[in-house]
Design a protein around this ligand. Structure first.
Ligand code: FAD
Length: 314
C-alpha cells in the first residue's frame, strides 16, 4: 500500500486542532441545494460552541471565515471558498420548549422547529415550514414566508464572533429588515430564541400543511435551486419583472430560469456556478432594460470563480 502524499504548506497546517471535524479541500457542492461549486480550503464542523469559539480564537487573522447552513440560499462559485468554511453539525440542532418560547440550535432545520412548536401548542412559527434552511440562515437572512418573517418571532440570539467571543443579543440589536440583517458579518449564530402564542396543535398542523401545499404548487421544491434569486424591489414582485422581461425559461449552459416560478434558477444537472451566476446577471440586465429596475441578488454568492471564468461569461 502506498503512503499518503505528503502535503506541505496547506492552510490546515496553520490552524488549531479542534475537537470537531476538520478537513482540507472538502467538496462543498454536495452540501448545497444547487449542487454546484468548488471545495472549501478547510471545512470545519465544530463539536460544540466552546470548540467553535476556541478554534476561531486561534485562526490567524488573515484567514477568512465563512459560515454556511444547509446552503439553500447560497451559490458557491466553482473555484471554491478560500479560508475556513464553518458548517454547524447536528450538535447545534437541539430544540427546547419553555412555555411559549422555543430555543433552537442554529443548525436546527426550520421545518423541525415549526413542527416542534406545533406539537407543543405554540402558534406563529408555522411560516418556518415554508423555508428549507436552518435557524442560523433564517436569522441571517430574516427568512420569511406566507406573511411572516423571522423578525416577527425572534427574541434573541447567541453568536460567536471571528475572535471567538460569545455574544447574546436581543432582536432589537440585530437590524433585521426584509431578507437582510445588519448584525456584524463575522457573527456565527449558534442558537436563537423564538416566541409564539398558545394555539391548538391540530389547527397549527393544518396551517403547516397548507403552507407546504402552497409551496409545492408554486415552487420547484424538488429542483436543484437556491430559492428566490432576487429580492422583491419595493412594492414590486421580482418574478413579475422577470416574466415581463421575457426571461421565463431562459437558459445558459446547464442553468435555466424556472418555468414554474421565474424568480428561481435551476441547475438542470450539468450547470456550473458560473452558468447560474451568468444567467442571473443576464436576467438582471434584461429586467433593467425592460423596466429600468435594478434587481438585487437575494442569493448569497460566495467563493472564487475558476481562473478560466474569472473574466466573466455573459
Ligand atoms: C426551494 C427553496 C425555497 C425557498 N423559499 C424561501 C422562502 O419562502 N422564504 C425565504 O426567506 N427563503 C427561502 N429560501 C431561501 C433559503 O431557504 C433561506 O434564505 C434560508 O433561511 C437559508 O438558510 P440556510 O441554513 O440554508 O442558509 P445558507 O443558505 O447556508 O446561508 C445563507 C446566509 O446565511 C448565513 N448563515 C447561515 N448559517 C448561519 C449562522 N449559523 N450564523 C450566521 N450566518 C449564517 C450564510 O453565511 C449566508 O450568508 C428558499 C430556498 C429554496 C431552495
Amino acid at each position: 500500500m502506498s503512503a499518503a502524499p505528503v502535503r506541505t504548506g496547506h492552510l490546515i497546517d496553520r490552524l488549531p486542532r479542534p475537537r470537531g471535524r476538520i478537513a482540507a479541500d472538502a467538496p462543498l457542492a454536495p452540501l448545497t441545494w444547487f449542487r454546484v461549486g468548488g471545495p472549501a480550503e478547510v471545512l470545519f464542523r465544530p463539536a460544540d460552541e466552546e470548540d467553535l469559539a476556541s478554534f476561531l480564537a486561534g485562526v490567524p487573522a488573515d484567514v477568512p471565515v465563512t459560515v454556511v447552513g444547509v446552503a439553500s440560499n447560497l451559490l458557491v462559485r466553482d473555484g471554491g471558498v478560500r479560508g475556513v468554511v464553518v458548517r454547524l453539525p447536528g450538535a447545534f440542532g437541539a430544540i427546547a420548549v419553555d412555555g411559549g418560547t422555543v430555543t433552537a440550535g442554529a443548525a436546527a432545520l426550520d421545518l423541525t422547529v415549526a413542527r416542534t412548536a406545533q406539537e407543543a401548542g405554540i402558534a406563529g412559527l408555522e411560516f418556518l415550514a415554508g423555508i428549507p434552511g436552518t435557524i442560523g440562515g433564517a436569522v441571517r437572512m430574516n427568512g420569511g414566508a406566507y406573511g411572516r418573517e423571522t423578525a416577527d418571532a425572534l427574541v434573541s440570539v447567541v453568536a460567536v464572533d471571528r475572535a471567538g467571543r460569545r455574544h447574546e443579543a436581543p432582536l432589537a440589536a440585530l437590524g433585521l429588515s426584509y431578507r437582510h440583517s445588519a448584525f456584524p458579518a463575522d457573527w456565527i449564530v449558534t442558537s436563537a430564541v423564538l416566541r409564539g402564542e398558545p394555539g391548538a396543535p391540530a389547527a397549527i398542523a393544518e396551517r403547516i400543511e397548507a403552507i407546504q401545499q402552497a409551496r409545492a404548487d408554486s415552487q420547484p421544491v424538488r429542483a436543484r435551486t437556491g430559492g428566490s434569486t432576487f429580492a422583491n424591489p419595493d412594492g414590486m414582485k421580482a418574478w413579475e419583472l422577470i416574466d415581463r422581461a421575457g426571461c421565463r425559461g431562459l437558459a445558459h449552459g446547464g442553468a435555466r430560469v424556472s418555468e414554474k416560478h421565474c424568480n428561481f434558477l435551476i441547475n438542470e444537472g450539468t450547470a456550473t456556478a458560473a452558468d447560474l451566476e451568468a444567467l442571473g446577471e443576464e436576467v438582471r440586465r434584461r429586467v433593467r432594460e425592460a423596466s429600468g429596475v435594478e434587481l438585487r441578488w437575494e442569493i448569497k454568492r460566495i467563493g472564487e470563480p475558476l481562473a478560466e471564468d474569472a473574466g466573466g461569461r455573459a
